[in-house]
Design a protein around this ligand. Structure first.
Ligand code: ZN
Length: 511
């Protein structure tokens, strides 16, 4: 059994969950479910990043302690993920004492290895990013991500010898035979990282003297660990570093770290360098997805166009929300999310094409065959073609998921749904019911089994809908991909229920 360790970033709790967090988390969930279906030993991690200056400031503004403040926000993330059927195996919080102990142990290792030294940091710092900025990072003197002027910052800090790892990182990124080889994807993102890496690395400050909301440095308790270093370490503390080495070495290195492109640099450079310094392997792959606009505009609180995960779940149901979000534009690129477009796709792809196909099939098995799926007779060319397409769909999806091509994975299913709908029209079972009962049995048996396979294929995207489809086909929990999961005589639901109640388009226009 292959192990598959996949992570989302841990989300910074200065903000409540929005559609951007949901995008990354649903993507990770679909991949985790896909790998579970393949039989892999999956560990799927998400969580929250809870330390740092911005959280301390927000807690003060709200008149509560940082811990009380984060406890409240964390619950909102957890309930958003429950509502979206996120199947994470663990939810890590950086305020968890086990994580804090792991952070301290890791920094002690780096300190003892001579990779941490004391120095003075002076520079610009964006509290929004919790990140030092150079003049080149700014647009008109402001952080482009936050439209905030960074603060001048000067204090005695501890530094990590990042510069020492420049050649090792370059080699690990570009030479597949390097024992520490790791992937950064999509390729355009790798090129950006390599371009910046080749300009040279400077050592980075990894502690703060003026902050108490964080993990104290084991070798100088007057300083706390820089929030990004603290956060990145969640990927190893969550799987038992350092207290449980057996579990840790079972899952590490991570197979995939997923994130949005604005936090790629930390993951692609700082994190692997920290790991190398501790004698550990970098993750196998880091993938940065794009940003999206909402109806053509940047999502922002000021514009009031922030979409919460619960908005999507209320409107479309959790499963359709997951599916629509992930299959609207290719995962690695920027895109635009348009709720009216979602409504149109929901009605066309889900309610019409997929929902009606099942509804018609179940109704015909009820009407013509007394609710029992028949044994098929000899197959004709059209039956063979439908079966071949349904079986090939899984190979196409495997390839698509391996490249994080969610749109291509959905296309593989859409093609089979379209072919099955055409098959119904061409075979016209309502005519066969009068003229050729043997042929009718074969056609409905092929349709039922094809729809079972469609339900199985869709399970990573739409777990509940998939199970409802199987229930209506009488194939409860038969989630295996091969042909022939529904035995003849299986009884379908006597009352087919719509999988996707239609959404009125007018309602959406007035939103
Ligand atoms: Zn910023």
């Amino acid at each position: 059994m292959a192990k598959y360790y996949i992570t989302t970033p841990i989300y910074y709790v200065n903000d409540v969950p929005h559609i951007g967090h949901a995008y990354t988390t649903v993507a990770a969930d679909v991949l985790a479910r896909h790998h579970r279906r393949l039989g892999d030993d999956v560990f799927f991690l998400t969580g929250t990043d809870e330390h740092g200056a911005k959280i301390a400031e927000a807690a003060t503004r709200h008149g509560v302690t940082p811990k009380a403040y984060v406890d409240e926000i964390v619950e909102r993330f957890k309930s958003a993920w429950r509502a979206l059927e996120i199947s994470n195996d663990f939810f890590i919080r950086t305020s968890d004492p086990r994580h804090e102990a792991g952070v301290a142990a890791f920094l002690e290792t780096l300190y003892n290895a001579g990779d941490i030294y004391k120095g003075v940091y002076e520079g610009l710092y964006c509290v929004g990013c919790e990140q030092f900025k150079t003049e080149e990072d700014l647009v008109n003197g402001l952080c482009p991500y936050h439209n905030l002027a960074p603060k001048w910052y000067s204090e005695e800090n501890y530094f990590f010898r990042l510069s020492k790892y420049q050649d090792a990182l370059l080699n690990a990124l570009t030479d597949p035979s390097d024992p520490n080889h790791y992937l950064v994807n999509p390729p355009a993102r790798l090129n950006e990282v390599l371009g910046k890496l080749r300009l040279g690395l400077t050592d980075v400050s990894i502690s703060r003297a003026s902050l108490t909301w964080g993990v104290p440095l084991p070798f100088d308790p007057n300083q706390v660990v820089y929030v990004w270093v603290d956060a990145l370490l969640n990927y190893i503390t969550a799987i038992g570093y350092p207290a449980n080495p057996a579990e840790f070495h079972h899952y590490w290195p991570a197979n995939l770290h997923l994130m949005a492109k604005d936090i790629l640099w930390f993951h692609a450079i700082l994190w692997p360098a920290m790991l190398l310094a501790a004698g550990l392997r970098p993750p196998r792959e880091i993938f940065a997805h794009g940003f999206f606009t909402i109806g053509g505009q940047r999502m922002s609180k000021t514009l009031g166009n922030v979409i919460a995960p619960s908005d999507l779940v209320e409107k479309f149901g959790a499963d359709a929300a997951r599916y629509l979000l992930l299959t609207d534009f290719p995962f690695g690129t920027d895109g635009d999310v348009n709720l009216d477009g979602f409504v149109n796709r929901y009605n066309a792809e889900l309610a019409n094409d997929l929902g009606n196909l099942l509804n018609r099939t179940v109704s015909m098995v009820n009407r013509y065959l007394g609710s029992a799926v028949p044994a098929p007779g000899p197959a004709e060319a059209a039956d063979q073609e439908l079966k071949a397409m349904a079986l090939a769909m899984f190979e196409q999806m495997d390839r698509a998921f391996a490249g994080l091509e969610f749109v291509a994975a959905a296309d593989a299913v859409r093609a089979v749904v379209a072919r099955a709908n055409r098959y119904v029209e061409e075979m016209a079972p309502w005519k066969l019911a009068r003229t050729d009962p043997a042929r009718l049995a074969t056609v409905l048996a092929y349709l039922a089994e094809t729809e079972r396979l469609i339900a199985v294929a869709l399970w990573p995207f739409m777990p509940t809908i998939s199970e409802r489809m199987l229930d209506q086909l009488g194939a409860n929990n038969i989630l295996t991909p091969g042909w022939g999961g529904i035995s003849p005589g299986t009884r379908v639901a006597e009352q087919p229920r719509p999988l996707f109640p239609r959404i009125e388009t007018g309602a959406s226009a007035h939103r």
